[in-house]
Design a protein around this ligand. Sequence first.
Ligand code: PLP
Length: 487
Amino acid sequence: MITRSGVPALLALRDVPDLAQDTVKDWHRAHLNPALITLMELGGYDGVRIVRAEGPWLETSDGRRLLDLVSAYGALSHGHNHPRVLAAARWFDEQRVPDLLKEFPSPWPAALAHNLAQLTPGDLDMVSLCNSGTEAVEGGLKLAMRVFAGARHRFLYAEGSLHGKTLGSLQITGREKYRGHVRRFEDWPMVPFGDAAAIARALDEDARAPGGPTIAGVVLEPVQGEGGVVVPPAGYLKEVEGLCRRHGALLILDEVQTAFGRTGHLFRCEADDVVPDVLCVAKALGGGVATVGATITRPSLHRRAYGTVNECLVHTSTFGGRARACAVSLEALNVAVEEDFPGRARRVGAFLREELEGVVARHPDLLVGVRGTGLMLGLELAPVEVPRLALPIGRGGLQKIVDAYLPGIIGAELLHGHGIVASFMLNHPRVLRVYPPLVATEADLAGVAPALDAVLSKGWPRLLAGRVQGALSQAGLSTVMEWLARW
Ligand SMILES: Cc1ncc(COP(=O)(O)O)c(C=O)c1O
């Protein structure tokens, strides 16, 4: 074990596993994201060292097994270290073919694009390969602007959406916190998710603009992920598809979370019988091993955006479409098809949903319900209303503490008491993410409902007393603590 004081100036690769946990935290603080370590400390994640992972299971340095219900925000549909995907990476390395070489036609991106074109609906046959979800979405925005030669340059998007955190995708992200101080295009219409009439009104208004329409595209997640796992009303996407066709705007579907089986369909748009103009994918496309995203569109649109020799280098990326990532991704896609990820998500999702609905029925004071579809599930916490009490922080103060801490405390209890890793959605902090890898079985997930029962049975006052004791006593609020503990 390399301690804080005994660290060599420049680490060698094989020194890394032996770094002491304190050193790892120190270096995160010094070089990466100091406040993120503070956040991890609040949830009790900072002391946990994961040394191995397989399928839905993580193994800690002290030999505990943890169940992963986060799946890297939906990227790990194949689970950790899927044997076939790892073997593909090893096999590729043995070939000694060039990984990064752009001057010649390469069989690897050609084969991956061919397979994607086979699997995607309609004539979604043109594939632009990149390295992340946000890049895939930005590729869609840029393509649409080019299709209209700049005449249409605005996008319509939904409240609660999350499409990435780079400058372009932030403009269509429906939560101020993530947009932060990034200057917003005020005139890009944001509408409630699931409300087709609002989209119709915005497109109608745009059609009457003096210089002609300016909305190039409507950007939606078919099921909102980070917004709180929101399935829109039946028929919504089909209606939006019709509206886009009527107004000549492109329908850009962000399937970064939903694609490759998670919702019980290979692509969620198939459930609604919709063929978007642009389909953005990433996350599970890399099988948890490669870093791959793709913007997929129709040949006619691709021709309009990038069809000439003069334009063919207008949208490229040094690493996008590199051979190794394409090889790994090709195998990951075949695994998703051959292991029937959509069918698994439907079958195991139905089991897990029933289990979670049982938990909701047993804890109606703390839970509102189960959201989602397939294995893209969320458990919604009820707002806790603090009773009127004669306490030194008053009702409002305690309410703030409950609102701020309770979701995190439930997560920490699941982690430390029951070996379950579950986080809350980025744009909806009262929805607990239940996104197991799609390779998880009913047996792997059988402990989830009993663990939730055990945690929630404590009731919010005791949960709070157990985990925010330090903070409250530092603030001189020991009477609150005593009261909470006696509840
Ligand atoms: C629906 C959706 N789109 C885009 C992104 C951005 O993907 P990435 O983090 O790979 O940039 C995310 C990330 O969670 C997402 O959930």
